[in-house]
Design a protein around this ligand. Structure first.
Ligand SMILES: Cc1ncc(COP(=O)(O)O)c(C=O)c1O
Length: 433
């Protein structure tokens, strides 16, 4: 009935999420409210870990791409599940360290890391830096030399794989701001530079072809292209690089027609292709990394809102306005993302009312969706939007000087406040008097 496995209707007729009544959550913490099931997050982590164990003897590491939703509660939950962490900024690194994630299991990504971010990462002892450009390799070498450290690096290679997804979340094609192109010879130049750098230990190659991908073939093809590249490097330099990061991008179900791959299917297919390639080429099987973000958190999150104005434009459209919008979830405004929703206090009633769910910001594009079917709502109802665990909180803003919502987490069936609601004073805290 719902796109999320964590959701059901309870005996009071209300929407229950991860075992907790969402109407009670809205009353207790106010709205808008992000709700994240850490129980669900840990279960998702366990699926990836089990798949790596089953298909590849556990010879690798799963990293949570923290850009999907970065805060101390989630960092703790994924690291206690045995995951490493992918961070892409000084802020994400700071959060991971605050959550006491082992720095050796943190990997630092990003297409334009600043010098101060690189210094922060190297001084904190992060396990790996994924280098995105030639100039970044120079910077890493210089900062590592200054600090007297040797830094483990993977070069981000761009394999020229075009995954079928929105162009804003496609990253593996040649015309991209990310990585060094294999086809153009830039990736090889990066590898040679890294090998010649005294303070860089080049461990391997990393890649990420895009996000919200529902087919397994692009990942298999990506893995094989990267393996071929590793063979070329060995032939040219005599060096056998041993680490291969496939990236993330595994699709999730936002609407019933989405048909996501399971962790078992993705890792099973990639591991099989890598093993076959290695058997045929005589190349040793590499340490394999995967970097899911969305697949770990998206369906383990919902957002609760209070319904305000309900406007019915005869013969045109119904508008249901909520007390949130693009400041807590900009994904419709960014790329027309699709969602499902439910009136949490009428969850046992038929969903037969079609409406645009509109935010409270001063933009016509400030919608959660243009055509979402829910129970007929009234002002004061609680509206739950599903699958908001990824790229909502992490992309939120203070647009129109709206305070960011609080986040409640559910762990072992108990709810607690993980991020407190911003106040107006927080928003103006850095302004002059
Ligand atoms: C390098 C890298 N790894 C992993 C991810 C996570 O992608 P997803 O959340 O779709 O799994 C991203 C997303 O942009 C990324 O850029």
């Amino acid at each position: 009935m719902f796109v999320s496995d964590n959701a059901k209707v309870n005996s009071a007729g209300n929407l229950e999420f991860s075992g907790v009544d969402t109407v009670a959550l809205a009353q207790k913490y106010g709205t808008p409210l992000y709700v994240t099931s850490l129980d669900g997050v840990k279960a998702s982590c366990a699926e990836f870990t089990a798949a790596l164990e089953k298909h590849y003897g556990g010879r690798g590491m799963i990293l949570y791409a923290s850009k999907a939703n970065c805060n101390t509660a989630i960092c703790k939950a994924v690291s206690s599940s045995g995951f490493g962490l992918d961070v892409v900024s000084g802020g994400e690194l700071y959060t991971a360290l605050k959550a006491k994630v082992n720095p050796a299991k943190i990997c630092f990504h990003g297409n334009n890391k600043t010098d101060s971010e690189l210094r922060f990462a190297i001084e904190s002892g992060v396990g790996r830096i994924f280098a995105d450009s030639m100039s970044e390799l120079d910077d890493i070498e210089a900062i590592a030399a200054e600090t007297g450290k040797k830094v483990k690096v993977l070069v981000r290679a761009n394999p020229g794989v075009e995954a079928s997804t929105h162009e804003y979340i496609m990253t593996g094609q040649v015309d991209s701001k990310f990585g060094l192109s294999i086809e153009k010879g830039d990736a090889l130049a990066g590898v040679l530079k890294a090998l010649a750098s005294e303070h860089i230990e080049l461990a391997g190659i990393d890649c990420h072809i895009g996000s919200q991908i529902f087919e397994v073939l692009p990942f298999e093809d990506e893995a094989e292209m990267l393996m071929r590249f590793l063979v070329d490097i060995r032939e040219l330099t005599g060096v056998t690089l041993q680490e291969l990061n496939i990236g993330g991008g595994f699709g999730v179900r936002y609407v019933p027609s989405d048909d996501p791959l399971s962790a078992d299917m993705i890792i099973g297919a990639v591991a099989a292709r890598v093993k076959r390639f290695c058997a045929e080429s005589g190349f040793p099987e590499p340490f394999l990394m995967f970097e899911p973000g969305r697949a770990i958190v998206a369906n383990n999150g919902i957002t609760l809102y209070t319904v305000g104005c309900v406007k019915e434009i005869e013969g045109v459209r119904n508008y249901v306005s909520i007390d949130g919008g693009m400041f807590d979830n900009p994904r419709y405004a960014l790329y027309k993302a699709r969602y499902t929703a439910c009136v949490a206090n009428r969850a046992d009633r038929p969903a037969d009312y079609s409406a645009a769910i509109a935010g409270k910001c001063c933009e016509s594009g400030d919608l959660i969706g243009k055509d979402i079917t829910i129970q007929r709502p009234e002002r004061g109802d609680v509206l739950a939007v599903f699958t908001t665990g990824a790229y909502n909180y992490s992309m939120s803003s203070n647009y129109n000087r709206n305070p960011r919502p609080a986040m409640v987490v559910i762990e072992n069936g108990e709810d607690r406040l993980a991020i407190r609601r911003e106040t107006y004073a927080d928003i103006a805290a850095f302004d002059e008097e």
